[in-house]
Ligand binder design. Structure first.
Ligand code: SAJ
Length: 406
């Protein structure tokens, strides 16, 4: 039996590798020739703990190969990006393209699993797209299912095995066939449902978090107005046995929580008012942070020097994609031409390209940034920043968006 995994990104490659180290013959398919070559050499094109070991082991054992072409296989797992369009609707073109590559290979009876996070109805759309290309087949021949991934970056190889999995079939037979495949490596519970419910479950998990972070972010703005320390407030309120407020921050980043709620909103705009407002609240938080910096800069005589601590989208990772801190640093540099920005991010070695055009910003070591600054803006709660000598902050205006030094 052969499984083809379409898309060798953050989800596809780990899934291909874990299947292959569990004895399944896997062909990983990617449009990027560099990814294909790297995997065939047993190498991994991005950082994820333990993934490299799995890939090299499987390539050496001959169970994992990569290819630019979609082969004939018994099962297909589609793990391609689903970005959103300008109008916040999902862009299904990568899913459609995968379907177009799979369609000519089908003989009937294959299993096709969509893993990409998708709006409700996308799995049916994939099935329809394939059947349009293959009018000789019907849903009786094909088993099409959705199995959303829910792994946390940095813990992917652990969570792939230990997390529970939701498997939603277009038909009950499809869900059962998908379960049989995931059972090869998943030790968590495998829960069967229909495809649309599975799609919605993934979106709802991330929206739950987004709405709760928005609540915390709104509280931080209210408390600032009322002269209340929001971190102390949340800690006190969380002593209640049924209250668990999340942490305010400079905004919500990453490629999931700030994206997935839009797929719900665009599917049912009139009915998703709270989910929609949470997105706007979180997306507006960077502007509020910039206003705080503006007020602080106004109090400095001459050139204000601002230390900007942290660019990653959350603590203790090097991932800058969709990071609110990058957007904040970009806008600060552009809007406050007369100020100087000393950026410290211990997880990177070079100024990221989004900021490299700023004449008034430079990447420096954390201690140097703080020592020179009039204003210290903390954007990410990296462990390294926790241990900063508080004496070094004395006499400076501190804007702590994460409540790390409260
Ligand atoms: N954040 C806050 N306050 C908090 C918690 C988080 O401001 O109290 C911010 C973070 O700083 C970050 C953003 O939210 O900018 C998202 O971080 P996260 O750690 O909440 O989540 P992700 O994006 O790394 O991963 C999420 C996870 N989903 C849930 O926890 C429900 C993960 O399990 C999913 O697999 C992943 O999205 C995904 O791929 O969808």
């Amino acid at each position: 039996k052969t499984v083809a995994v379409i898309g060798l990104g953050y989800i596809g490659l780990p899934t291909a590798a874990i299947l292959a180290t569990n004895g399944v013959n896997v062909v990983g398919v990617d449009v990027n020739p560099r990814t294909v070559d790297a995997v065939n050499r047993g190498e991994v094109p991005f950082v994820e703990p333990d993934l490299g070991g799995h890939v090299s082991q499987a390539v050496t054992a001959g169970t994992l190969k990569a290819s630019a072409e979609t082969p004939a296989a018994d099962a297909y797992i589609v793990a391609v990006p689903t970005p959103f369009n300008e109008d916040k609707t999902a862009d299904l073109s990568y899913i459609e393209a995968a379907g177009e590559k799979i369609a000519p290979q089908l003989t009937g009876d294959e299993l096709i699993i969509l893993e990409s996070t998708s709006p409700p109805g996308a799995t049916q759309h994939l099935a329809d797209h394939i059947l349009a290309a293959r009018p000789d087949l019907t849903l009786d021949n094909l088993r099409v299912a959705h199995c959303p991934e829910r792994v946390l970056p940095g813990r992917v190889m652990v969570e792939l095995v230990t997390n529970d999995r939701i498997v939603g079939g277009i038909t009950p037979e499809a869900a059962e066939a998908a379960r049989d495949l995931y059972e090869k490596f998943c030790e968590g519970e495998i829960l069967l449902t229909d495809a649309k419910t599975a799609e919605m479950a993934k979106l709802v998990e991330n929206s739950f978090r987004d709405v709760n972070i928005a609540f915390a972010n709104e509280l931080s703005v209210i408390c600032d107005k009322l002269g209340i320390n929001v971190w102390e407030l949340i800690e006190l309120a969380n002593h209640h046995p049924r209250v668990n407020i999340l942490q305010p921050g400079p905004g919500v980043g990453g490629h999931c929580i700030a994206v997935d709620p839009w797929f719900i909103v665009s599917s049912a705009p009139e009915e998703s008012k709270l989910i929609h407002q949470a997105r706007l609240t979180n997306d507006n938080k960077p502007s509020w942070v910039i206003e705080q910096v503006e007020k602080a800069v106004a109090t400095v005589d001459g050139t204000a020097k601002v230390a900007v601590l942290g660019l990653a989208f959350k603590a203790n990772i090097d991932d800058l994609r969709e990071s609110p801190s990058i957007g904040i640093a970009q806008r600060l540099g552009a809007e406050f031409g007369e100020a100087q920005f000393l950026i410290a991010e211990p997880h990177i070695e070079e100024m990221p390209k989004q900021l490299s055009g700023l004449a008034n910003a430079q990447l420096v070591a954390t201690d140097a940034a703080i020592a020179e600054a009039d204003i210290v803006l903390l954007l990410v709660d990296h462990t390294q920043f926790k241990s900063i000598d508080r004496g070094a902050l004395e006499g400076k205006t501190v804007i702590d968006t994460r409540g790390m030094w409260r």
